[in-house]
Write a protein of this length. Structure first.
Length: 139
């Protein structure tokens, strides 16, 4: 069994609110713990950027559930690869909210000034998440 990393982005649907993000995090943390999946989620009120790490079969199963979640639209797989070790092993699902610090960081990795992972490479999204996870408050 190999470790893999999956990174995707999507847009939130109209009416999405803080209770929705809390529900997503609660369910993800419980399911991910049971499946030995780790990762991080960045949300800026318009877009999700998420990384999942674990066995290929487990992150594939989770991603298929995510694809059918009605709280977001236009999911795009940005990166999928085998990895030697986890980068987000401390969290079943870490959460990074948008702050001035995250806005400053994503300008470093994005060709546009406003966050939009659809305009970023998978590698840039991965590096952005790594930097945010070590320098922004994790909830």
């Amino acid at each position: 069994m190999f470790l893999a990393r999956l990174i995707y982005t999507s847009e939130v649907v109209e009416g999405f609110d803080q209770l929705d993000i809390e529900s997503i995090l609660s369910v993800a943390r419980e399911r991910n713990a049971a499946l030995n999946v780790t990762g991080v989620l960045f949300f800026n009120s318009c877009y999700f950027l998420q990384c999942l790490e674990g066995s290929r079969s487990n992150i594939n199963a989770i991603y298929h559930r995510i694809l059918n979640d009605s709280r977001h639209t236009n999911p795009v797989l940005l990166d999928y690869r085998e990895i030697a070790e986890r980068d987000f092993s401390a969290w079943q699902m870490g959460y990074i909210a948008e702050t001035q610090k995250t806005r400053d960081l994503y300008r470093q990795f994005s060709p546009v000034s406003d966050f939009n992972a659809y305009r970023m490479s998978g590698e840039s999204c991965y590096r952005l998440l790594k930097h945010m996870a070590t320098s922004a408050p994790m909830l």
